[in-house]
Design a protein around this ligand. Structure first.
Ligand SMILES: *[C@@H]1O[C@H](CO)[C@@H](O)[C@H](O)[C@H]1NC(C)=O
Ligand SMILES: *[C@@H]1O[C@H](CO)[C@@H](O)[C@H](O)[C@H]1NC(C)=O
Length: 442
């Protein structure tokens, strides 16, 4: 069944039996599997290798090819080319939107950047079906970068005795976050278009999600977005196939303490920056909570202080991130300033709270969940959702295969069944959006 619609949606592949299977056309060169894979219903009960199950299936082999291309944030050149070629072959018009290189350690980008002279430009991929207006009304979006390190693709039998191909486990960096969403969104769009060629669908795959969202921010500021006429955005991230009702907000800060060094045998001659900063980091704060998101949580991620065990430390520094359950970043900053001032009022060293390196802050993000047939959950992690400015009334959904609990781990993996189910889930979300349009509700 999948083969039928895949062929129907493809401009390049002639619909004759003689044409090569599209799955092979999409493979990267060094992985071409030569003979045709054995049939599932092999009469001599010959065991079907997991690799062959993948090769036979266009969705699974496309997903594999995405994972095989290393695309750690900053290095998305090869994967965006691959994706652009694939989508062109599927009869899409592809717009490559250049995103400046990642600077040093943060996401601040170089305004004078010239993509013409960059041999490996990073680009967002924006695509819509050939012959359609360039402003789709529903678009699906996910990200093509991954966290480090690269982990090679693999597929294996489950630990259980199951022989069902849906239980095969696909592993590798990006297998869940978010190449599963990318693959499932594309195939959901192709299936939808095969059944309804005039469906007004767009696809957006961005770089840099894992490092603060520079790809989505570039798109958000561009005319592709500001002049966009979409009424629905479907974000793809691992949500265990549930619709996400929202996620917490975020605000970050640094705390510095400046004291005075002295010999540790005569600590009264110095002012300890460590003693000064500790209360600010360990005291429980009056943090806002909400019924939907629970507690605001705080993570002291990095602490640096001192020079030697026999020296009273004159400098201490900590970098802290806060996941907001309620309120705005401004309100949170006011509470943080006041709380630090309260607990450091009588310490000797000078303590300063600094928000200037954490300008990227946002309040809790509420998302739409009005499509029946899904579990609904809130999540704790951040996404590109706040990086995309949308017009009033635009529906935003967040949905995708796989679980966040393995997403950045060395055990990142999902099952074949989860990946396939996500195609169905995305199609359901697309159909609901198109129905609202038909009913004049947008
Ligand atoms: C590709 O798009 C063009 C323009 O809309 C359309 O006429 C053609 O039928 C499409 N081809 C396939 C194979 O879908
Ligand atoms: C700071 O101290 C004042 C006075 O004790 C108290 O009312 C206030 O709630 C404290 N602020 C924070 C954020 O802890």
């Amino acid at each position: 069944m999948q083969l039928t619609w895949y062929l129907a949606a493809s401009a390049v592949i002639a619909t004759t039996q003689a044409s090569p299977h599209p799955a092979y056309q999409q493979q990267v060169l060094d992985t071409l599997v030569s003979p045709a894979p054995p049939s599932l219903a092999s009469p001599n009960n010959e065991e079907l290798r997991p690799e062959d199950v993948i090769s036979k299936d266009p969705l699974l082999s496309f997903h594999r090819d995405l994972i095989k291309i290393e695309s750690i944030s900053g290095n998305e050149h090869a994967i965006s080319n691959f994706l652009a070629d694939f989508l062109r072959e599927q009869n899409f018009t592809v717009v490559k939107q250049a995103v400046p290189p990642v600077k040093a350690k943060d996401v601040e980008t170089d305004e004078s950047y010239d993509e013409e002279t960059d041999p490996n430009p990073r680009s967002n991929i924006y695509a819509y079906p050939n012959g359609h207006p360039d402003k789709p009304s529903v678009f699906l979006t996910s990200h093509i970068d991954t966290v480090p390190p690269f982990i090679p693709y693999s597929v294996r039998q489950p630990d259980t005795s199951s022989q069902h191909t849906d239980d095969l486990i696909i592993a590798g960096r990006g297998s869940v976050d978010a190449k599963a969403s990318v693959a499932a969104q594309i195939f959901a769009a192709l299936e939808t278009l095969a059944a309804n060629p005039s469906a007004s669908l767009g696809l957006l795959f961005v770089v840099g999600e894992e490092i603060g969202g520079d790809g989505m921010k570039t798109f958000s500021r561009s005319t592709l977005n500001t002049e966009g006429t979409y009424h629905t955005v479907i974000f793809g991230e691992p949500t265990e196939a549930a619709l996400v009702s929202g996620h917490k907000g975020m605000v970050g800060f640094e705390v510095y303490a400046h004291g005075k060094a002295a010999h540790s045998g005569y600590p009264w001659l110095g002012k300890s920056a460590v003693s000064a900063i500790l209360p600010a980091l360990t005291r429980r704060r009056r943090a806002p909570s909400s019924p939907k998101y629970g507690q605001t949580t705080l993570n002291v991620g990095v602490v640096r202080a001192g020079v030697a065990t026999n020296v009273v430390p004159s400098e201490a520094w900590a970098d802290v991130s806060v996941r907001l359950a309620a309120g705005t970043p401004e309100e949170a900053r006011a509470i943080i300033r006041e709380a630090v001032a309260n607990v450091t009022a009588d310490v000797e060293a000078e303590v300063v709270v600094d928000f200037s390196h954490h300008l990227e802050a946002y309040e809790p993000q509420d998302l739409d969940t009005d499509v029946p047939g899904f579990d609904v959950i809130p999540v704790n992690y951040g996404t590109d959702v706040p990086a995309l400015q949308v017009k009033e009334g635009v529906k935003r959904y967040l949905y995708g295969p796989g679980t966040i609990f393995v997403a950045h781990g060395d055990n990142e993996a999902l099952t074949v069944g989860e990946l396939k189910d996500a195609v169905v889930g995305y199609k359901k979300l697309i159909a609901a959006a198109l129905e609202r349009e038909t009913a004049g509700l947008v």
